[in-house]
Design a protein around this ligand. Structure first.
Ligand code: 8YV
Length: 316
């Protein structure tokens, strides 16, 4: 009999992370057991811990089908796809993988800001199509020294803001409440921040609290000179309103790493030049994905050693 603690794994992880998990734990991959709920009805009692991923999420129904479940270690910073209320009700601890991904997500946010303002991928398309032979590329928009509005000054938002200092940006932010450790001006009214900002970066988590926070009114406030960058969650932006704002040039442009119904996006965006489209790659570097995997493993070890996860999600 294996001496390794047994873990239920829900959803695939990076192959290297799965290999590392298998070194330390006896993994039972749920997706290989036929119909998950039927499998759990007969075998659910064998598990106290689960490795999961923000991409696949964990429903309350699945949690309830594992009667002895005490801990879920999820791969990803956000946990909008996990039924946290159900976990609380069932006495299940949940961990995420915060901090280790801040830098790479913030780097990508800056790539997106520079791209949409300076037309980097657009000019790449222009080069490949032989456009330079016909005429010089269009003029673009300066970034340095402009106004940067951060929606959601959490750990990722703060990493984005710090980089903005290097670009001599004037930085303000909107949050549910001001942060006393932030050296940037707090703007309580999101529409006011949008009106002020040249570049507005959305770095909020998903879920009911932020659903369509960026509404058609906020886009109107951002205005025809303003750019929207979203590296948080697609659900935070009203995508239909954004698509029409981009089409009518009610805003100058957008760079999007996240969408409402991934891996789909509104096909109307494909024909627009004033949008940069990215396939949810904020955390997708070798280094960050490995660090996220290590943190999942650390959480599981901590749970089996002490009964507590190492990086439990914050209690709201
Ligand atoms: C992806 C993310 O969800 O950490 C997050 O919240 O958005 C990303 O890391 C990742 O694919 C997790 O599976």
């Amino acid at each position: 009999m294996s001496m390794k603690p047994r873990i239920l794994q829900h959803g695939r992880l990076l192959p290297s992370v799965e290999q590392r998990l298998a070194q330390d734990f006896d993994i039972v991959p749920l997706w290989q057991q036929g119909e998950p709920l039927a499998f759990l009805r007969s075998h659910g009692e064998a598990f106290v811990a689960m490795a999961a991923s923000a991409r696949h999420g964990v429903s309350g129904e699945l949690m309830a089908a594992v009667p002895g479940l005490k801990a879920i270690a999820s791969f990803g910073a956000d946990y909008d796809t996990l039924d946290i209320a159900a976990a609380r009700g069932l006495g299940i601890q949940v961990s995420n993988t915060p901090d280790v991904l801040n830098d790479c997500v913030a780097d990508l946010a800056w790539g997106a800001i520079l791209d949409i303002a300076r037309g980097i991928t657009e000019s790449d398309r222009f080069m490949r199509a032989g456009g330079w032979m016909q005429a010089p590329f269009r003029l673009s928009t300066r970034v340095s020294g402009k106004r940067l509005g951060i929606v959601g000054l959490g750990r990722i938002g703060a990493a984005i803001a710090r980089r903005g200092v290097g670009f001599s940006m004037d930085i303000r932010y909107h949050n549910r409440s001001p942060r006393d450790d932030a050296p940037y001006a707090y703007v309580a009214d999101l529409a006011e921040l949008a009106q002020w900002a040249d570049f507005m970066v959305v770095a909020v988590a998903g879920g009911a609290d932020t659903q369509h926070l960026i509404s058609s009114d906020i886009l109107q406030a951002l205005g025809p000179e303003g750019f929207l960058i979203n590296i948080g969650r697609g659900s935070a932006v009203d995508e239909a309103a954004l698509t029409s704002a981009l089409r009518s040039r009610a805003i100058a442009g957008a760079a999007l790493d996240v969408f409402e119904k991934e891996p789909c996006m509104p096909m109307d965006l494909v024909g627009l030049e004033n949008v940069v489209l990215l396939p949810h790659i904020g955390t997708a570097t070798h280094e960050t994905r490995i660090a996220m995997g290590e943190l999942v493993i650390e959480n599981l070890h901590s749970f089996f050693r002490t009964g507590r996860l190492a990086t439990p999600i914050p209690i709201h």
